[in-house]
Write a protein that binds this ligand. Structure first.
Ligand code: AVJ
Ligand code: FE
Length: 444
């Protein structure tokens, strides 16, 4: 049996896992910031993003706050800069004009913090406080760095200039799959109370009833999205919600972000490379309103968050919820397109070994999937360890995204992981898949 209890690690195993993951996240931050010169690191490539050098020092500052000062009980490294790297004190648009650490100083700072953290990791007990049980605070900081690494990848995508990032392409899709999977009516366990590094908004586990429905087996492809464009989808308010249409008008949307017309066809820019839009890849860089409009045009709708999670985790053979679509095993390269191994989504139908028990593919990895739910706490939610991770964002301002993208690290996504953003955002690696109700006859 593979229950979460069997996965609990002893303190030495936790230390080893933390050390390995800290090294991996830092290798990624280093690669993303080494790819451009200092001038580029301090520049703001988009009003939506921080300069890369801000993300780097912010990663170090969060690590200092939680691991050096709180867990380690050590003296501050640089108390004077806390305020500069507090995301709530300065809007992204204003960050370039702050007296930020230079690239040389930022690199020295994150190294100094990391050296102390390795010392804290070796010498601090991993019990006695909830913050350190199973290495939670370290896991939170690993995830935080990886989240900012995905943000930095999005900044790279917004940056104008010659390509600086390279990675091999994913393999072609293996075989066609059926268009939809059936998700039977009934309750399932949503969220988790046992996953050691799950963040506060994923907790606690609770039972949720979901009516029978059909979910697309794979994400909506560029080819399908092109049909929506060709059918005049962007010109017909009937497919759009009222706020969606108002946004479509104001922002003059006509295609996914980074697409341009090229004669009769379309090209897109991907990390500085201009290329024909690949028809068999999941569409990426669409906002919630575009996703919802496409779904309506297709005679469908977006899944809700409970529907998405049930399709991803519910195993009808056992009635229990898995950690990941494919089971309880940590993600491997055979399961999902994660971790910036490829700098693009894999073709739809890829990763047969990552299939969920109900037969859906690519729920984890490739593209974040918009779902039609607002960011709300689960029943029994308690902010931990700080209100500013989740709680201050609850309410109707954000829509949820599930499953992670090719830019997300395996440590920063799971079957229960919840991401959110404003419904108009599309600089993130966001796509979607559609759902539809089952008829009463089908639902039996
Ligand atoms: C959960 C991805 C929305 O990047 O804004 C990073 C994660 N929180 N630093 C974000 C986060 C604090 C957050 N998201
Ligand atoms: Fe942050």
């Amino acid at each position: 049996m593979t229950s979460t209890e069997d996965r609990l690690l002893g303190p030495e195993q936790v230390r080893e896992k933390v050390a390995e993951q800290l090294r991996r996240s830092r290798a990624r931050s280093d690669a993303l910031t080494a790819a451009v010169d200092d001038d580029d690191l301090v520049r703001q490539h988009s009003k939506l993003m921080s300069p890369l050098v801000w993300d780097l020092a912010h990663i170090g500052n969060q690590e200092e706050l939680w691991l050096v000062r709180d867990v380690g009980g050590r003296e501050p490294v640089r108390e004077d800069i806390d305020q500069l790297y507090d995301a709530f004190q300065h809007a992204r648009a204003n960050r370039p004009s702050l007296p930020l650490l230079s690239p040389v100083e930022a690199r020295r700072y994150v190294r100094e913090v990391r050296d102390k953290v390795f010392d804290v990791l070796e010498t601090s007990p991993l019990e006695g406080r909830r913050l350190v049980e199973q290495g939670f605070a370290f896991g939170m900081i690993v995830q935080h760095e990886q989240q900012h690494d995905e943000t930095m990848l999005a900044t790279h995508q917004l940056r104008v200039g010659a390509p600086v990032l390279r990675a091999p392409d994913p393999a072609p899709a293996t075989r066609p799959v059926k268009r939809e999977v059936f998700v039977p009516a009934g309750p399932f366990t949503m969220g988790t109370s046992t996953e050691p590094w799950a963040l506060d908004n994923e907790r606690p586990a609770h039972r949720v009833h979901v009516d029978a429905f059909y979910l697309d087996t794979v994400p909506v492809s560029n080819g399908e999205y092109l049909d929506f464009i060709a059918a005049g989808g962007y010109d017909q308010p009937r497919w759009w919600s009222e706020v969606g249409w108002a946004h479509r008008q104001r922002a003059e949307l006509f295609a996914p972000r980074f697409w341009e017309r090229d004669g009769d066809g379309w090209v897109r820019t991907r990390f500085g490379v201009v290329e024909p839009v690949p028809v068999d890849e999941p569409v990426v860089h669409v906002c919630f309103h575009e996703a919802a409009a496409y779904a309506k045009w297709a005679g469908k709708r977006l899944p809700t968050e409970p529907e998405w999670e049930k399709a991803a985790r519910f195993d009808p053979a056992t009635g229990r919820s898995r950690r990941y679509p494919w089971g309880d095993e940590d993600p491997g390269p055979e399961h999902a397109n994660l971790g910036q191994r490829h700098l693009r989504p894999a073709p739809v139908g890829s990763y047969p070994l990552g299939e969920s028990a109900l037969g859906a593919r690519q729920l984890v990895g490739d593209v974040w999937e918009w779902v039609d739910s607002d960011f709300r706490p689960y029943p029994g939610f308690a902010a931990f360890p700080y209100r500013e991770y989740s709680e201050v964002f609850f309410g109707g301002d954000y829509k949820m995204l599930r499953g992670g993208s090719f830019g997300t690290d395996a440590s920063a996504v799971r079957g229960t992981f919840r991401n959110w953003d404003h419904p108009i955002r599309r600089q993130i690696f966001s796509g979607f898949r559609c759902a539809r109700d089952a008829s009463p006859a089908e639902a039996r």
